[in-house]
Design a protein around this ligand. Sequence first.
Ligand code: SAH
Length: 206
Amino acid sequence: MRKQLVETLKQKGITDERVLKAISKIPRHYFLDSAFEKVAYEDRAFPIAESQTISQPYTVAYQTQLLEISQYDKVLEIGTGSGYQAMVLAELGAQVFTIERQKKLFDEHSKFILRKKYSGIKYFYGDGFEGLPTYAPFDKVIVTAAAPFIPPKLVEQLKTGGKMVIPVGEGSVQQMLRLTKNEDGSTSQEMLANFSFVPMKEGRNN
Ligand code: SAH
C-alpha cells in the first residue's frame, strides 16, 4: 500500500527521490485511529484528535520537497499534529524542532510508538507565532497550518540563506509560499500552488 502511495505521489508531480523514499518508509497507519487503518495509504487528509488533521501525503511531500533538506539541517516545524511530517523530515536527516499549541496533541506524542525510532525530534508545547528563539537560528522553517500572515518572528529565526515554506491565506484556500532570507534580512518569495489547511491560531490551548 505504501508503494502504491508513492506511485500516486509521483504521478502528481513529486520528483525528489529522497522524499518519496522517506514516505515509503513511514507506517502512516500508526498515526491514525484504527478505524482508518485500511485507508491510511490513500492520498487524503484524515481527522486526528481536537478536530485537527494529519496532512494529505501529497501536501507533506510537496512541502518537504520545497524545503530542500540537507542532512543535519535544523528545521522548525509549526503544527506537530500527528507528528507525521516531523518524522518525514527526520527520515531525511534533519534535526527537527516541532511546536504544537494543542496540549492534548502534544501530550499524545510521549506515548506514541514511533517516538523511539525518531528519538532526535524535539517536541514543544507552545505558540508557533513565537517560534523557538532559544534554539534559533534555523536552516528551514515549515508551517503546516494556514497562516493569516507571515509571522515576523519566524523570519527573524531563519538563517541567512534559509528557507521557509508556509501556506498563507485567511479563507478556505491558501497559497503556498517559499521564502528565502537574504543577507540584508529581506526575503525573496515564490508564490506556488493552492492548498487547504486548518487555521494557524494564536496562543496555546489546553
Ligand atoms: N504537521 C501535521 C499537520 C497538522 S494540522 C501532521 O503531519 O500531521 C496543523 C496543526 O497545527 C494542528 O495540530 C494545530 O493544532 C496546529 N497549530 C495551529 N496553530 C498553531 C500555532 N500557532 N502553533 C503551533 N501549532 C499550531
